[in-house]
Design a protein around this ligand. Structure first.
Ligand SMILES: NC(=O)C1=CN([C@@H]2O[C@H](COP(=O)(O)OP(=O)(O)OC[C@H]3O[C@@H](n4cnc5c(N)ncnc54)[C@H](OP(=O)(O)O)[C@@H]3O)[C@@H](O)[C@H]2O)C=CC1
Ligand SMILES: O=C(O)[C@@H]1CCC=N1
Length: 234
């Protein structure tokens, strides 16, 4: 793990002006990204509010649950709510954004250009943002559990761990790519793997018995509701 000093040096080397003073950041920047944990947002908002200028600043918030209305009331500038996800780190993220009422329409293009650099980007109505958290915001964690579990199964059956993880991850990546590139329905792609009386349909019977579909639907619902609950506190 890198130290805060080496992180700040890495940012400087990448041409990013690093500073820990939020007020200094606001005074020297036009686009302010709020990316602290939701419970810290009120402290940051209170700290920067006196320095915000409607003609100079645009705020982008990635905090789960916190609504545009909260920021608009406190900061009185254009605000964009964004729900990103961690695969943005490798250029394969999903980001959904919603413009606040003080934003000019042209802001949409700027935001899209920024977020498209790290993956898929869609503009969505704010009422969908909590569901975005439920599917793609939290989703990488669900899929990592799927990958880990597939690998555990292969290890149980004698495959070395490293090989099992590589095969499981590539299978998830490959299945996703196949679906996205062919545009086929996932049920059709599933059927293409299932020979009558074969191995895959036997395995799928186990997954159905274990309630995999319902478990994943419940996960998305629970994360969505949690995001709504967080939003309700602000
Ligand atoms: N993780 C995810 O997959 C996703 C997260 N989000 C949202 O993104 C936000 C950040 O999450 P995540 O990156 O996981 O959180 P982290 O805790 O990893 O990062 C939070 C950052 O905020 C900094 N910070 C803490 N307090 C302050 C402050 N008062 N002023 C300025 N900076 C401060 C911390 O710096 P330091 O440690 O140096 O103090 C740290 O770099 C959350 O609101 C979350 O809901 C949204 C979608 C996906
Ligand atoms: O769990 C969290 O709080 C964050 C929000 C979206 C994904 N992870």
């Amino acid at each position: 793990m890198s130290s805060p000093q080496s992180e700040s040096q890495e940012l400087k080397d990448a041409g990013i002006n690093f500073n820990r003073d939020n007020v200094h950041v606001v005074k020297t920047s036009s686009i302010i990204i709020i990316a602290v944990k939701p419970h810290i947002v009120p402290c940051v908002v209170q700290e920067i509010a006196p320095y915000m200028k409607r003609d100079c600043h645009l705020v982008m918030s990635v905090a789960a649950g916190i609504k545009l209305e909260y920021y608009e009331k406190a900061l009185k500038v254009g605000v964009v709510r964004v729900t990103p996800n961690t695969p943005a780190l490798v250029g394969e993220g999903v980001s959904a954004f919603t413009l606040g009422t003080h934003c000019k329409k042209s802001v949409s293009g700027v935001v899209k250009q920024m977020l498209s650099c790290v993956g898929l980007c869609e503009e969505v109505p704010e009422k969908l943002q909590d569901t975005v958290t439920g599917i793609s915001g939290s989703g990488p964690a669900y899929i990592c559990i799927v990958i880990e579990s597939l690998a555990d199964g292969a290890v149980k059956m004698g495959m070395p761990r490293e090989m099992a993880l590589k095969f499981a991850a590539q299978t998830v990546k490959g299945a996703a790519k196949l679906l996205l590139e062919t545009g086929k329905h996932p049920g059709e792609l599933k059927d293409e793997v299932c020979s009558p009386g074969g191995t895959t349909i036997a395995a799928i019977h186990q997954l159905e018995r274990a309630g995999l579909r319902a478990a994943l639907m419940d996960a998305v619902e629970t994360s969505t509701l949690k995001s709504r609950e967080i939003g309700g506190h602000y």
